[in-house]
Design a protein around this ligand. Structure first.
Ligand code: GLA
Length: 746
């Protein structure tokens, strides 16, 4: 059993194969967190001597004996206004003016299988591995009940958590902060690894020591955002990719979020995570409940790489619901960077015609096919085909593409509306904006008020019509601005703080309806690139366009940073034209392919502008990608070298049975008279022999006359040799050369 109850000590332990998580009831009936870490037995109370700390108040019942304070005890979830002065999970007031809650244990349940989080995506129990525990608590003064819900995935070494509030009192309660989890770690010097960025430069890994005080990672943009991803790792100061203690906390939510990490006066570390509380409030009338989004927790003592691989496998297996999660993905060509808004049916067909013989499987028609959408300023919301551009409609275009043996995909941005659109003219109150104030415009568009069910239903009807009337194989679902001027015409004044979360519930409702009605359509998420790359979206989209920045050098930081939490198979990644449209940089065609292959691969360029040589390169790239797609997507992913710390970046994918591996190296900075590229490989079977099956160099302009590769094709090495001693590759010349090396166990 993965959940163990010690009735005598009032302790509950959640075991996974390699971790244990423990809580108990303290002397005064409050739930106390005891331990999360490497698997162990026993009751962990030995960690917590009774100690009295000045200015840390005592529970009333312990006012004479002292030594146990709400301000220093480890919590599973915090109350509020109860003498715990650290950063908390909750802020609430009831109609009588009583602020906060002091939660006392009232009961618990242990259930088999996974739990649901109503209205929100959450992990399912893919292979009967999960047990659920619900711990119930109550605040006597307000009647607010709290259910702490734990999902224990034994073989996956994952614990999911969520909290549910029920107003069991007689007065209304207003929640103004209701986070999902508290994770308290009593000892240790931790570093925070988090993923910051901006549009066209998402999820750059940044690691920093945690000092005393509170550090916040958050988004108040109504989306998980390009800027701060809702995923954090705490790792010990010496942790590397291959060793050291790490905790991960990943929020399954795509809206505004907040994570506070506090190192307190005793050196204890607290992480609280959940829905962002900026402009958040929620009215709970007697009998009503409120659910918080799920958090996926993982712990390992085997380094950041092991933590990543745990998340990769869990997200693919237990979060993603699409039948494409484990399926080979079509290699696509998208017309956005090829044409922007400037296309007609013949141009799209000509892109497809030139792409098909190169091995490309699918044509994706991006923005501009509907309404009067010839630039950014018009027609979002008018989801009917523009027959001036596409005479004969989508039907005819799709038939022409399908006739070439290619699949057909299409772009939509369902959550948005242009001021200049039929939809906005018909329903001006359907856009989110404050009455009497000019709204801030993002890309000259407004956000539809998805907190209103009728708006969600209207868009669901449009998408249903689009997908049932046309043979569409793939949808790119975009979202190109953040939400400001938050206000809904459909909610009373006291509920305006609910708009952003209700918006997310509306988005999830729409996604649920559309993706379950069209299970054979491959959906790719997008939000101006990777502005909503999170576990919530991955429940519906097995792949998400990783960034609008398609420059291969920039993509190294973006993709490797993203890979700390999210699987490679989920990262939409394309080869685009050079000079690159975002940076003006020129990277060799071959290297662009090597980088894009670390993802769900495709092209974003105009084949009419390619030389014959480049077309040959595409043929080679597509063939290599198709040969290795399952190794790259289903294999275990190892980051060997991050570009921030080195002149080169390197990563590898290893089949789970360790029978083959693909090593990729990209060198953005080439120097004169340089040392060789040195790498220690990872994940191989130390006792097996591996043969170098292929060793391809891209973008290398010459070789030095006396240089010879240290790893010639056909040579064989023990796994232990490759991992413990390493390999050195010959120096490369040119602007951003790269290497792909395929190893096969013999
Ligand atoms: C966003 C996407 C791009 C493209 C454009 C179209 O920026 O990230 O890939 O689809 O919208 O407007």
């Amino acid at each position: 059993m993965s959940i163990e109850l010690d009735a005598q000590r009032h302790a509950l332990t959640l075991h996974t194969v390699r971790t244990s998580y423990q809580m108990d009831l303290d002397t005064y009936g409050r739930i106390r967190h005891l331990y999360y870490g490497r698997r162990t037995g026993g009751h962990m109370a030995q960690l917590y001597p009774m100690m009295d700390h000045g200015f840390s108040p005592d529970y009333y019942a312990g006012r004479k004996s002292r030594g146990l304070s709400p301000d220093t005890s480890l919590a599973e979830y915090t109350g509020a206004n109860t003498g715990d002065f650290r950063v908390g999970c909750l802020r609430c007031t009831n109609a009588d003016g009583i602020s906060g809650a002091d939660f006392v244990y009232t009961g618990h349940e242990i259930l088999s299988g996974a739990y649901d989080v109503p209205g929100m995506p959450c992990a399912h129990d893919q292979d009967g591995d999960c047990q659920t525990s619900i711990v119930r608590l109550k605040d006597a003064a307000t009647g607010l009940e709290l259910h702490l819900i734990y999902g224990v995935y034994e073989r996956d070494d994952i614990i999911t958590r969520s909290a549910k509030f029920v107003n069991a009192g007689s007065a209304d309660i207003t929640l103004t902060r209701a986070l999902s989890v508290c994770l308290d770690i009593p000892f240790g010097d931790w570093e925070l690894l988090h993923f910051h960025g901006r549009h066209e430069m998402e999820r750059n890994a940044e690691r920093m020591p945690l000092m005393h005080g509170i550090h916040t990672i958050s988004s108040n943009r109504g989306a998980s955002s390009h800027h701060h991803n809702p995923f954090v790792v705490l790792c010990d100061r010496s942790a590397t990719e291959d060793q050291g203690e790490c905790y991960g906390a990943m929020l399954v939510y795509s809206g505004s979020h907040r994570t506070d990490i506090e190192r307190d006066f005793l050196g204890q570390t607290r992480v609280v995570m959940g829905i962002g509380d900026e402009m958040f409030s929620w009215q709970l009338s007697p009998g009503e409940s409120f659910d918080t989004p799920q958090v996926i927790l993982a712990y390992t003592h085997e380094g950041i790489g092991a933590l990543s691989r745990r998340y990769h496998s869990f997200l693919r297996k237990n979060i993603m619901r699409s039948k494409f999660a484990f399926a080979p993905r079509p290699v696509l060509i998208n017309n956005w960077e090829a044409t922007y808004f400037n296309f007609d049916a013949d141009k799209i067909v000509s892109i497809a015609r030139q792409a098909a013989p190169l091995g490309i499987d699918m044509l994706v028609l991006d923005d501009g096919w509907f309404g009067l959408r010839n630039d950014d300023d018009h027609a979002l919301g008018d989801w009917f085909v523009n027959t001036d551009k596409l005479p004969g409609g989508l039907d005819k275009l799709i038939a022409r593409v399908h006739d070439m043996g290619m699949k057909f995909g299409i772009w939509v941005e369902p959550e948005m509306v242009s001021e200049d659109s039929d939809l906005c003219r018909a329903h001006p109150d359907w856009a989110i904006r404050v009455p009497g104030r000019d709204p801030a415009m993002g890309r000259n568009q407004l956000v539809l008020d998805f907190s209103r069910p009728e708006v969600v239903s209207h868009i669901a009807d449009c998408l249903t019509r689009l997908l049932s009337e046309n043979e569409i194989d793939y949808v790119k679902w975009d979202m190109n601005r953040n939400i400001s001027d938050v206000f809904s015409h459909a909610l009373p004044p006291e509920r305006q703080g609910e708009v952003l979360h209700r918006y997310m519930l509306g988005v999830y409702d729409l996604l649920e309806r559309v993706t379950s009605a069209f299970p054979d359509v491959l959906f790719e998420g997008c939000a101006g690139g990777g502005g909503r790359f999170d576990a919530g979206m991955l429940a519906y989209f097995p792949q998400i366009w990783c960034s609008d920045d398609t420059d291969a050098v920039e993509r190294l930081s973006i993709q490797l940073g993203t890979s700390v939490g999210y699987p490679v198979s989920a990262m939409g990644s394309h080869v685009s034209a050079c000079p690159n449209h975002q940076t003006g940089r020129t990277v060799p065609f071959g290297t662009r392919g090597v980088v894009a292959m670390c993802g769900a691969f495709g092209y974003e360029l105009d084949p009419a502008k390619l030389t014959d040589g480049e077309k040959d390169e595409i043929r080679g790239q597509v063939a290599r990608y198709k040969r290795w797609q399952s190794l790259i997507h289903d294999g275990l992913f190892y980051r060997l070298r991050m570009p921030e710390n080195s002149d080169y970046a390197a990563w590898m994918s290893v089949r789970e049975d360790r029978s083959e591996a693909l090593v990729s190296v990209v060198q953005p900075h080439v120097h004169g008279n340089t040392p060789p590229i040195f790498l220690k490989l990872a994940g191989l079977d130390p006792d097996a022999l591996y043969r170098v099956e292929s060793f391809d160099v891209f973008g290398c302009t010459r070789t030095a006359p006396f240089d010879r590769s240290g790893v010639p094709v056909g040579s064989a090495y023990a796994g232990s040799q490759l991992m413990y001693a390493g390999i050195a590759m010959q120096r490369l010349f040119g602007d951003c050369p790269s290497i792909q090396m395929h190893l096969v166990r013999i």
